[in-house]
Design a protein around this ligand. Structure first.
Ligand code: UGA
Length: 474
C-alpha cells in the first residue's frame, strides 16, 4: 500500500515537472538566485521581472526608504503595470528588499545585476561614484563567497568602464581572478519609462558583453530560461562593444527626433506643409521606419540628454568631436523654446499673461520630470513675466520639487484652462487627446492653443480657435 502511495507521489511529481517545463518553467530548485543592486526604473523592473518568472531575487539599495516601500509592495515611482506584480512577488516571497547589504546580496546569490545611476557631470561625462562604490563592495563580498558568481553591469557606462574601472576593483578587493573565480558581464537595458515593465518581459534583443566566454554563456542561459519560448535575439560581444551599443542606440533615436524637429522647423517657414504628413510618408520607407519621427518640443528624460552628452564627452576624450551629435543636442536645446516663440507671436508681450501648461512629465505615463521640456519652457515664460497654471495627471509631487511655488498647480484640465490667455500642450497624455476646440473655447479667457506634440487635427482646430502647432506651415 505504502509503495503504491510512493509510486503515485513520484508519478505526480514527474507529471508536474513535465507540465511546468512545457510552460517554460524549468526546475525551480535549480534556478540561479539573483540580486539587483540599485532599484531605480531599470533595477526594479529587472528584479520584479525575474521574480515574477520564478527566480528568487534580492533587491538592494542604499536608500532605506525605497527598500521599505518595496518590502511593502509599493513601487517608489509611478510606472504602469509594476505595482501589481511587485506586491505579488513580495507576497510570494520571490522578491525581498535589503537596504545597504550588498555583501549579503552577493554571498547569497549567483548573479548580481548592478543598476545604479551614472549621473552627468558638468562637462557631460558620467559620474562613476556609485558604480565604483558598488564594485568595491561586490569585490569585498566576493572575498567571502564560495563558488563562482557573475556580476552584470546594467547601468549605462561609457565604453571601457566595465573593463578598466569595475574589473580592477573586483579583483583587488576580492583577491580573486576574473574568469577563474568569478565572471563579469555588461548587459545594457533598452526599456522605456512608461512601458518599462513590459519592455523587461518582451525585449527586442539582449546584448551580453562579457569578459570571458564562461560568464557570457551562463548569462545567455539565464536569459534563454527567462524568456522561455519567446527568446529574442541574444548577441554576445565584448564588454566595450556592449557599452557602445547602448549609447549608439540612444544617440540614434535622439538624432532621429532632432532630425524630424529640424524638418518641422523648415515646415513652419513653408505655407501648406505639415511635418506630420512628411514624417508619416517618410516612415513608409522601410529603411527609415515610422518610429521616433514624432516632431515636438524635443526629447527629455533621464537617458537621451545624458547619453548624448556622455558620448560626445567620451569621443572628445579621444580627440574626436562627433559633430552630428553636437547638432542633435543643439536642436534639442532650442526646440522647447519654440513654444514660447509661438506664445509671443499670438500675445505680443507675455508680461502678466496667464499661460496654461498641459503636461509636465518628460513624456506620458510617467511622473518623471528629469530634463522634461516643461522646465526650460516654464523658466522662459516666467523670465518674460507670465503667470503659469500647470496640470499633469500624475507628476504634481515631482513637479513641485522643481518649480515650488513659482507656478500654480491645477488639479484638472478645467482648472488649468480657467482664465488662461494661451494654452501650451507640452506632454501628450491620453486624457488631453480627447479635448475638443469647443472645450478650450468654453474654459479659456482667450482661445489660443499651441500644440507642442501634434496631437490635435489642425483642420478641425484651426477653424475654431487660434491654433499653432510644431511643424505646421500656416
Ligand atoms: C529611452 C529609449 O527609448 C530606451 O530604449 C532606453 O532604454 C532608455 O531611453 C534608457 O536609456 O534608459 P525613455 O527615455 O524612457 O527611453 O523614453 P522615450 O520613449 O525614448 O522618449 C524619450 C523622449 O523623446 C521623450 O521626451 C519623448 O517625448 C521624446 N520623443 C520620443 C519625441 O520627441 N519624439 C519621438 O518620436 C519619440
Amino acid at each position: 500500500m505504502l509503495l503504491c502511495y510512493v509510486n503515485l507521489y513520484i508519478f505526480s511529481m514527474i507529471t508536474l515537472s513535465k507540465l511546468l517545463l512545457s510552460f517554460g518553467v524549468s526546475s525551480l530548485s535549480k534556478r540561479p538566485k539573483i540580486s539587483v543592486i540599485g532599484v531605480g526604473y531599470v533595477g526594479l523592473c529587472t528584479a520584479v521581472g525575474l521574480a515574477s518568472r520564478g527566480y528568487s531575487v534580492i533587491a538592494c539599495d542604499i536608500e532605506v526608504e525605497k527598500i521599505n516601500k518595496i518590502n511593502q509592495g509599493i513601487p517608489p515611482f509611478f510606472e504602469p503595470g509594476i505595482q501589481e506584480k511587485l506586491s505579488e512577488c513580495i507576497r510570494s516571497g520571490m522578491l525581498k528588499g535589503l537596504a545597504n547589504e550588498t555583501d549579503r546580496a552577493v554571498v547569497e546569490t549567483d548573479f548580481t545585476y548592478v543598476a545604479v545611476g551614472t549621473p552627468s557631470k558638468p562637462d557631460g561625462s558620467i559620474d562613476l561614484t556609485y558604480i565604483e562604490s558598488v564594485a568595491l563592495n561586490i569585490g569585498k563580498a566576493l572575498k567571502q563567497k564560495n563558488g563562482y558568481h557573475i556580476t552584470i553591469i546594467k547601468s549605462t557606462v561609457v565604453p571601457g568602464t566595465t573593463q578598466n574601472v569595475v574589473l580592477p576593483l573586483l579583483e583587488r578587493e576580492s583577491g580573486k581572478k576574473c574568469d577563474v573565480d568569478f565572471g563579469l558581464c555588461m548587459n545594457p537595458e533598452f526599456l522605456r519609462q512608461g512601458s518599462a515593465f513590459q519592455d523587461t518581459l518582451n525585449a527586442d534583443r539582449v546584448v551580453i558583453g562579457s569578459h570571458d566566454k564562461q560568464a557570457g554563456d551562463k548569462l545567455e542561459a539565464l536569459y534563454r530560461d527567462f524568456y522561455s519560448i519567446h527568446v529574442p535575439p541574444i548577441i554576445q560581444t565584448t564588454l566595450s562593444t556592449a557599452e557602445l551599443i547602448k549609447y549608439a542606440s540612444n544617440a540614434m533615436l535622439a538624432t532621429k527626433i532632432s532630425f524630424i524637429n529640424t524638418i518641422a522647423n523648415i515646415c513652419e517657414k513653408i505655407p501648406g506643409t505639415d511635418v506630420k504628413v512628411v514624417a508619416e510618408v517618410m516612415g513608409l520607407d522601410k529603411r527609415i521606419g515610422p518610429q521616433f519621427l514624432d516632431a515636438g518640443l524635443g526629447y527629455g528624460g533621464s537617458c537621451f540628454p545624458k547619453d548624448v552628452k556622455a558620448l560626445i564627452a567620451c569621443s572628445e576624450a579621444f580627440d574626436y568631436t562627433p559633430e552630428l551629435l553636437v547638432a542633435t543636442e543643439n536642436v534639442n536645446k532650442y526646440q522647447p523654446l519654440k513654444a514660447v516663440e509661438f506664445c509671443r507671436q499670438q500675445l505680443g508681450t507675455l508680461k502678466d499673461k496667464q499661460i496654461a501648461v498641459l503636461g509636465l512629465a518628460f513624456k506620458p505615463d510617467t511622473d518623471d520630470l528629469r530634463e522634461a521640456r516643461a522646465i526650460p519652457i516654464i523658466a522662459q515664460l516666467l523670465a518674460e513675466g507670465a503667470c503659469i497654471v500647470a496640470y499633469d495627471p500624475v507628476a504634481f509631487p515631482t513637479a513641485n520639487v522643481i518649480f515650488k511655488n513659482s507656478i500654480r498647480y491645477a488639479d484638472s484640465v478645467v482648472g488649468c484652462l480657467k482664465g488662461a490667455d494661451c494654452c501650451i500642450l507640452v506632454t501628450e497624455w491620453s486624457e488631453f487627446k480627447k479635448l475638443t476646440p469647443d472645450f478650450f473655447k468654453a474654459h479659456m479667457k482667450q482661445a489660443i492653443l499651441i500644440d507642442g506634440r501634434r496631437i490635435y487635427d489642425p483642420q478641425i482646430f484651426n477653424k475654431k480657435l487660434i491654433f499653432s502647432a510644431i511643424g505646421l506651415g500656416q
